[in-house]
Design a protein around this ligand. Structure first.
Ligand SMILES: NC(=O)c1ccc[n+]([C@@H]2O[C@H](COP(=O)([O-])OP(=O)(O)OC[C@H]3O[C@@H](n4cnc5c(N)ncnc54)[C@H](OP(=O)(O)O)[C@@H]3O)[C@@H](O)[C@H]2O)c1
Length: 187
């Protein structure tokens, strides 16, 4: 009986793993000089062009975020399924899916072909190991911050696209796309 339970448990874990590996996890982040991504639980710049792109890329998909980022948004983003990660077992938000780990977040999104991890710092830190793709908006400005993009190992990523722009308000920014490097095990 114990052995049967162990086998069922292991099979379930494997199925969950396989299910979420069919899903691409994409990190999307905007980052200023010195890796600043936020201050006082908000964004330290005004960049409507980037918000528009964020909306276009994420529309129709699951967006996974930490509880603090959800509270900084203060609302559900229309056309997307909001998944909030918290350790608080009593936390509830009507219209959102509340989960208690990144792994659980990925397993509830298993039907989606692309899931977006949208922050903040704590979630990025844990999400890099699971991510396949990274949309980074480099905001070329010095701003004060209290939330930072965690260091990640650039040697595991290929820069596959880069576009530079200037916002209407004069701010220079670049859209950079990274893809996780595929290691050729046969070489
Ligand atoms: N520039 C950008 O692209 C961007 C994007 C998003 C956010 N931001 C900024 O980032 C800042 C927020 O980042 P943050 O690091 O303070 O907060 P966060 O990552 O948004 O949320 C942290 C919270 O997530 C929950 N959590 C984290 N890891 C967990 C785990 N393994 N299991 C269960 N729950 C977990 C905890 O919630 P509980 O405390 O409820 O347990 C934790 O307090 C803000 O300034 C925001 O504006 C910037």
């Amino acid at each position: 009986m114990i052995l049967k339970c162990m086998v069922i448990n292991a099979t379930n874990q494997l199925l969950t793993h396989l299910a979420y590996k069919m899903t691409q996890l994409t990190i999307i982040v905007a980052v200023a000089n010195k890796n600043v991504i936020g201050i006082n639980n908000t964004l330290p710049w005004h960049l409507p062009e980037d918000l528009k792109r964020f909306k276009a890329l994420t529309m129709g998909h699951h967006i996974v975020m930490g509880r603090k980022t959800y509270e900084s948004l203060g609302r559900l983003l229309p056309g997307r399924t909001t998944v909030i990660v918290t350790r608080n077992k009593h936390y509830q938000v009507e219209g959102a899916v509340v989960v208690h780990s990144i792994e659980q977040a990925l397993s509830v999104c298993a039907e989606d072909d692309e899931v977006f991890l949208i922050g903040g710092a704590e979630l990025y830190q844990q999400g890099f190991q699971h991510a396949d793709k990274l949309y980074m908006t480099e905001v070329h400005t010095d701003v004060e911050g209290d939330a930072f993009l965690p260091e990640f190992d650039l040697t595991q990523w290929d820069e596959v696209a880069r576009e530079s722009h200037q916002a209407e308000n004069g701010l220079a920014f670049s859209y950079v796309t990274y893809q996780r490097r595929v290691i050729d095990k046969s070489a």
